[in-house]
Design a protein. Structure first.
Length: 300
């Protein structure tokens, strides 16, 4: 963010009076610093996760952008409540500055809401009219009914392939593990934001984290917990590693310079017979070698 102030000097022109520049990128804030490029390392799981996003052309970033586009103009919306015949249902009419009116019917019994703009029926995201109604009703969390699988990242963690005849759809433990990790990260960042301006609380929270860190290190050293890399890949693929490795990495080749055709054994032997034999100074015999690559050098 930058701010520039000019001072007008009559009809002659102006001079620069003030210039301020602040870097307030979202990734610079404390809760998002671990996601900076210099602080993160993309492993196999992250690459698979990004690949799934690219294939499906969906994800949390796209849903967040669509959410912002839908909600950013809610400040100019007026809400009028109209009670219906049912005790649990109410009707809300939203009108903006352009004069467009949308009607939202909200049922308190089951927490459902329907809007005449049909935004949720078309793309699966709640419209700004429903969010305004939720705001007036002081509903801070979106009901689980309207959190569809299309915009949830944990539904993309299931592998799309079959390994060893195992059913890859039954890997719900991956979803639960990712959910627990996300909740843990959220709670830790929330605590950091709460105590970052209080040195005493920040020091106490840091001591608690260090104590738990030492406990985890002791358990890892005692063998109570497993941090083996192979177990991470086995949990991700949903199957154990085979006892016999049949597929090996390809042989290393040199791609430097111009490529040449691979000659067969018969063609190589024909070319060898066309060469002139030379006298080797080591073994005193005629052949296709000299003193540098004589077979007798290995016998010494």
């Amino acid at each position: 963010m930058a701010r520039v102030a000019f001072c007008i000097l009559g009809h002659d022109g102006y001079i620069l009076s003030l210039f301020e520049e602040q870097h307030n990128h979202p990734l610079i804030s404390l809760p998002y610093r671990p996601f900076l490029k210099i602080n993160r390392n993309i492993d196999l799981g992250h690459k698979k996760f990004i690949l799934n996003y690219a294939k499906a052309n969906i994800g949390t970033l796209k849903s967040y952008r669509m959410f912002i586009e839908s909600v950013e103009s809610e400040s100019g919306i007026l809400v009028f409540k109209t009670p219906l015949n049912s005790e649990d249902a109410s009707e809300y009419q939203n009108s903006n500055v352009s004069g467009m009116i949308s009607t939202v019917c909200y049922c308190e019994r089951d927490g459902t809401a329907q809007c005449t703009c049909k935004n949720y029926e078309r793309i699966g995201l709640l419209c700004r009219h429903i969010f305004v109604v939720f705001k007036n009703l002081k509903i801070e969390k979106i009901p689980d009914l309207y959190v569809t699988n299309r915009w949830c990242k944990f539904h993309l963690l299931k592998p799309m392939f079959d390994v060893g005849g195992s059913e890859m759809d039954k890997v719900s433990f991956m979803d639960q593990n990712k959910t627990l990790v996300s909740c843990l990260m959220s709670n830790i960042h929330f605590c950091i934001v709460l105590v970052e301006h209080n040195p005493d609380l920040l020091l106490a929270f840091s001591d608690i984290i260090k104590q738990h860190k030492e406990v985890l290190i002791d358990k890892l050293q005692d063998g109570k917990l497993s941090s083996d890399t192979s177990s991470v890949f086995e949990n991700f693929c949903g199957t154990s590693a085979p006892s016999e490795v049949r597929v090996l990495p390809p042989a290393q080749v040199c791609t430097k310079g111009s490529s040449k055709r691979i000659k067969g054994g018969k063609e190589v032997s024909i070319e060898e017979t066309k060469k002139t034999k030379r006298l080797c100074q080591t073994c005193k015999e005629y052949g296709f070698h000299d003193r540098r690559n004589c077979p007798m050098n290995n016998e010494k």
